[in-house]
Design a binder for this molecule. Structure first.
Ligand code: PEP
Ligand code: MG
Length: 887
């Protein structure tokens, strides 16, 4: 297999690996693709991701033979450009850029070194050939600074400082006011800094520079920042990154040169309009770095923003027209919104990069629906285009337009959604405050990959500098965090932990609200409203429903949750946890009397008080679910959880029950458990205190009869027994439920259909599923407990160490969030098979948290479950994920 693929300058490959992202990375594959469809791409070559893995596996050394391949890659660029790399020095020197490029775009890795190939002699040739001494020396200065920072790891602040001093010495304000002599002196100063800081000379030999930069890209794959990003985004460590080496084109060759970034549609709203930012006479990084404020791409956007600096459309109509042509070609080729980097060198347009653009959930939806209308993609592609988890952004509240707002300033609407929280001034503080349960807004001058953990911890991000394509904006959109960027009226005094917003003085910890859809920054907290579920959202959901096989139910136990879930499209209740009803303030006393009773008679007295309450609960639920199936689980948690704790709890209880406090305390002592999650809970309660389950079953059937009677709708209760390990347990409890049903039906003079089933949430139950299915009409996989008991990891305490496990790759993701498919999944698969072998029409579902996790949902589809059940806000996510899994 080849290790280097050339592109541009007439390079043609039959080898499909050249355009395979897994081999040449996203950037490399797309450069090859663009060059292939005839777009103006500066020639270059890509070193494969496999070389990165080999480099890191081989103790950070470039593989033998790679140097040779690199030489022939450079020869390709030389031939295409007519320039020469390295010695001998004559004619126009070849300068290259070196960039990383993993399979997916990944902030956190080394991104770019520009102008590589310059040394003391080449800079003279560049000056001569370009006829611009200043340009040549400024390029050299930038190169040393960038290379020293990115490749040699020397603090870029030192170079900034030297630059400031040089400007002060000359009494000038702008970099551009420094002359050739100043720049020459500055490059010497820079090299001295390198010597002082690293104890090494700055590499003068272009080949050394190139090998150094390539190694730095490979190293950056294993950097802490990259690892954090991978962990947060579920990117495997064994993908590696490719390296792209490409001929430089210059956006800083005077007023007919420019550089910019653009999207073929608005990444924030999804609107079908070119969207982007550009700068005249600038080099690539200037746009994203937020140092100069970029200008708008189109006239419309400029006018809309009321900006005065001319748009590219106005200032460079020809290059703009060419760019627009390229946009259309790219959209038609990729059939998706593209995110593009371009440079105009002396009037000629060059494409440096294209990729599918990151977008907000709102934009993703709108584009998917629009593109189906435009005939660009089909319904299935549209379904696959939208990340189910991103829907979360749309389902959560936005600011109430009628709520009073105390607007302090306005920045750019960089990532939508509204967020309130306490202002924090650095990423570590954000993380620390979040960990103690505070909601925070991270406020920074600008963000860098080092801030990612803080952005993740924050409800939202506010920056003083940077455009819509700044780091903060791009990362926040990717994470679904609201973000306002470039709010220039924000100034931060880090030393005193204070900030000024417009005319206001704030201190760290003051509450503020940001609206990422308008860019407003407000004092205090502003109230919010519920999201809009019709429109594009409704359309996509309809398509998803058409293409999915599994049903989607919800985990809910209050009428409010039931209604919410139905609005979100739930097709029934997959899990109604009846214990939640026991904690209500007005019943806890009766519940405690029941638990602490000395004998059955005492328990029955307390249960009699609970019966009408439970019946009312179920009546409300059956009504709000209007004939949809409802799985109701009988009492599950350890009695321990209901025990009185405080002195006044005991006092109240003694008062209500007429039993002495000391006696109650002794009884509570007896019920105390060391390992309650493995203790007296689930069906073990039903086995030991059958009257509890009997009361619940009675409440269910009485409520069902009542609602069926009143509404004429069929009510089909599915009674579920938790934590079953053996067939015998289920047989005993099923007999109890059946007997109770018969009693109620006899009393009411009517019958209705119902089923009795069980949760599979213990390994023994999964293994014995064939036998258990003889007694069960349905299984619902309780993967929370099944994960806990299979892994032997307490679901309540795992937070203390699981993070480390995930960081070390022991589990790829938190197994309580995303199903451990290899282990727990195997039990699910086996139980499904064994259960169905006994009872062909056994209904199978999942009601653990995993029922709302897309990767776990895909697994459920693969094992052929009938439905997944998720919390109400996760229902739309599950609908889309189920459709994607079925396609
Ligand atoms: C489960 O264990 O997966 C389940 C749904 O039950 P609970 O979370 O109530 O224990
Ligand atoms: Mg459970």
């Amino acid at each position: 297999n080849k290790t280097v693929y050339t592109f541009g300058g007439g390079a043609v490959h039959q080898d499909p690996r050249a355009k395979d992202k897994t081999v040449t990375g996203g950037k490399g594959a797309n450069l090859a693709e663009m060059a292939g469809i005839g777009l103006p791409v500066p020639p270059g070559f890509t070193i494969t991701t496999e070389e990165c893995l080999a480099y890191n596996a081989g103790g950070q050394t470039l593989q033998p033979g790679l140097a040779e391949e690199i030489r022939s890659g450079i020869a390709h660029i030389e031939q295409a450009t007519g320039c020469r790399f390295g010695v001998p020095r004559s004619g126009v020197p070849l300068l290259v850029s070196v960039r990383s490029g993993a399979r997916v775009s990944m902030p956190g890795m080394m991104d770019t070194v520009l102008n590589l190939g310059l040394d003391e002699r080449a800079v003279e040739s560049l000056a001569q050939s370009s006829g611009d001494d200043r340009f040549a020396w400024d390029s050299y200065r930038r190169f040393i600074q960038m290379y020293a920072d990115v490749v040699m790891g020397i603090d870029h602040g030192l170079f900034e400082e030297a630059l400031e001093i040089a400007k002060e010495d000359q009494g000038v304000l702008l970099d551009t006011e420094l002359g050739v002599t100043d720049l020459k002196a500055l490059t010497q100063r820079y090299k001295a800094i390198v010597r002082e800081e690293s104890g090494r000379e700055f590499p003068d030999d272009p080949w050394d520079q190139l090998h150094g930069a390539i190694a730095a890209v490979f190293d950056s794959w294993e950097s802490d920042r990259a690892k954090v990003y991978r962990r947060l985004n579920d990117i495997p460590g064994d993908w590696g990154t490719a390296v792209n080496v490409q001929a430089m084109v210059f956006g800083n060759m005077g007023e007919t040169s420019a550089t910019g970034v653009a999207f073929t549609r608005d990444p924030s709203t999804g609107e079908r309009a070119y969207y982007g930012e550009w700068l005249v006479n600038a080099q690539g990084e200037d746009v994203v770095a937020g140092i100069r404020t970029p200008q708008y791409l189109t006239k419309t956007a400029r006018e809309r923003a009321g900006a005065s600096a001319p748009s590219m459309e106005e200032a460079m109509p020809e290059a703009y027209a060419e760019l627009a042509r390229v946009f259309d070609l790219l959209e038609r080729h990729y059939r998706d919104m593209q995110d593009i980097e371009f440079t105009v060198q002396q009037g000629k347009l060059w494409m440096l990069q294209t990729r599918s653009g990151k977008r907000t959930a709102k934009a993703a939806l709108k584009m998917a629906v629009d593109m189906v209308d435009e005939g660009l993609i089909d319904e299935k592609t549209a379904i696959l285009r939208v990340d189910p988890m991103a829907l979360d952004q749309l389902l959560h509240p936005t600011l109430d337009p009628n709520a009073p707002r105390d607007v302090m300033t306005r920045g750019l609407p960089a990532s939508p959604g509204a967020a309130s929280g306490k202002a924090v001034l650095d990423a570590d503080t954000a993380e620390a405050w979040r960990a103690r349960g505070e909601k925070v807004i991270l406020v920074r001058v600008e963000t860098s990959p080092e801030d990612i953990h803080g952005m993740h911890a924050a409800q939202g991000v506010l920056t003083a500098r940077g455009g819509m394509t700044s780091h903060a904006a791009v990362v926040a959109r990717g994470m679904g965090r609201p973000c306002v960027s470039g709010a220039s009226a924000v100034s931060i005094d880090l030393a005193n932990r204070k900030l000024r917003i417009g005319s206001r003085e704030l201190v760290e910890g003051d509450t503020l609200t940001i609206d990422g859809a308008t860019g407003e920054v407000m004092a205090g907290e502003v109230s919010t409203i519920e999201p809009e579920l019709a429109g594009d959202f409704g359309t996509l959901m309809e398509w998803a429903d058409r293409h999915r096989r599994m049903k989607v139910r919800t985990n809910a136990e209050t009428p409010t949750d039931c209604r919410m879930a139905r609005q979100f499209g739930a097709e029934g209740i997959g899990l109604c946890r009846t214990e939640h009803m026991f904690f209500d303030a007005d019943r806890i006393s009766a519940v405690r009397q029941m638990i602490l009773a000395d004998d059955e008679a005492g328990r029955r007295r307390a249960l009699a008080k609970l019966l009408p309450e439970q019946r009312a609960d179920f009546t409300a639920i059956f009504r709000s679910m209007a004939g949809l199936p409802c799985t109701i689980r009988l009492l599950d948690p350890p009695l321990h959880e209901f025990l009185p704790q405080e002195e006044h709890d005991f006092a109240e209880l003694a008062e209500a029950s007429g039993i002495g406090i000391d006696h109650l305390k002794r009884r509570a002592e007896e019920l105390h458990e060391f390992n309650p999650m493995l203790g007296h809970r689930g069906c073990r309660l039903g086995i030991t205190f059958p009257e509890i389950y009997e009361m619940q079953a009675r409440a269910i059937f009485e409520a069902a009869c009542e609602v069926a009677e009143a509404s004429g709708e069929a009510v089909v209760p599915e009674v579920m027994i938790p934590l079953v390990a053996t067939k015998k347990e289920l047989a005993i409890l099923k007999a109890l439920v059946d007997a109770t049903a018969a009693e109620v039906f006899a009393e009411k003079g009517r019958t209705l259909d119902y089923t009795v089933g069980t949760m599979i949430e213990l390994p023994r139950a999964a293994l014995m599923a064939g036998e258990i299915a003889e007694e069960a009409k349905f299984f619902s996989f309780g993967t929370n407990d099944l994960t806990q008991t299979t892994l032997g990891v307490s679901r309540d305490d795992a937070g203390r160490f699981l993070e480390v496990y995930v960081a070390k790759g022991i589990y790829p993701r938190d197994p309580f969030v995303s199903l451990d498919i290899d282990g727990v999944g195997e039990l699910v698969r086996l139980a499904a098979e064994r259960g169905r072998a006994t009872r062909a029409d056994l209904k199978l579902g999942i009601c653990g948290e995993h029922g709302g996790d897309p990767a776990s949902i895909a697994f459920c589809e693969a094992v052929g479950l009938d439905y997944v059940s998720a919390s109400p806000y996760r229902v739309p996510i599950a609908r889309l994920a189920a459709a994607q899994a079925a396609l």
